[in-house]
Design a protein around this ligand. Sequence first.
Ligand code: ATP
Ligand code: MG
Length: 287
Amino acid sequence: MPIILENISVFYSRNTPLEIAALKDVNLRIEKGEFVGILGEKGAGKSTLIKLFNGLLRPDSGRITVNGLDPSSKKVKSRVGMVFQQPADQLFCRTVYEEIAFGPLNFGYSRKETEERVFEALEAASLERSMLSRDPLSLSGGEMQRVALAGALALRPDYLVLDEPITGLDPAGKKEILETLKKIKGQGTTIITVTHNLKGFFPLLERIVLIKEGRISFQGSRKEYMETENVPLPPVASMMRELHSRGIQVNPAVFTVEEALEEILRVKLMIEKEKAEKERAEKQTEK
Ligand SMILES: Nc1ncnc2c1ncn2[C@@H]1O[C@H](COP(=O)(O)OP(=O)(O)OP(=O)(O)O)[C@@H](O)[C@H]1O
Ligand SMILES: [Mg+2]
């Protein structure tokens, strides 16, 4: 069953001079098994949107259901795993083990079942067992991010919701998180991630939701997104669009450096072939 939002509005500081409409009349449907990217500028409403998915925030108007249920129900809370924008904010236990075990214990699983889930989540998040006794706050940014991820995975969620999971990580840390998410998605988990890192995430995204000033300004497949004007693109896709607009016959709907290289080399070969044919034709007319 999907996540369905109908005519959702969310306000902060309602009925005060500081009132802010963070989401305005949002309609959205996220199907199970998708890899969804939520994009938008700072303050667009991205974090507000995802906090609705597990009932952390309640809408001021409209309706949201997850698998047909109210998101603040206990059943939904255990099905939706969340990793916040600042992982350090969600780590509060003394050891990595306690941190990952917190969710399953809280939802009433036995010590034994919990232990199984901790080891499973640890492996899924590409963490070493030797890390289990460490203080979570002594870890590097990338490791903290993966401990928070393991904590969410220990509930074996249907939906994994992440807020900027690779921001602030070094290239190796980014790559590891992206690989991990790809693996988790391959196991059937729906992944919804807020990101402004199009370079890293774009190849993974199947559907894109673009938020602008609290409203959804685009939702659709990556292909549809690529065909839309005035949307943020990964740098390599912007470059390909620019080359295309300058008359170089590359396919502009390319979003990885590898594909761009292949495409540019294809055009180079095509130009060389045309040139050789032209020269041959000229030589024949000379004869
Ligand atoms: N707790 C809060 N109290 C008051 N206003 C808030 C609160 N949280 C968010 N806002 C405001 O609501 C709007 C949407 O915020 P939100 O955090 O959802 O944006 P965002 O797209 O996640 O931004 P960013 O990219 O900076 O994380 C912004 O104008 C923000 O200042
Ligand atoms: Mg945010």
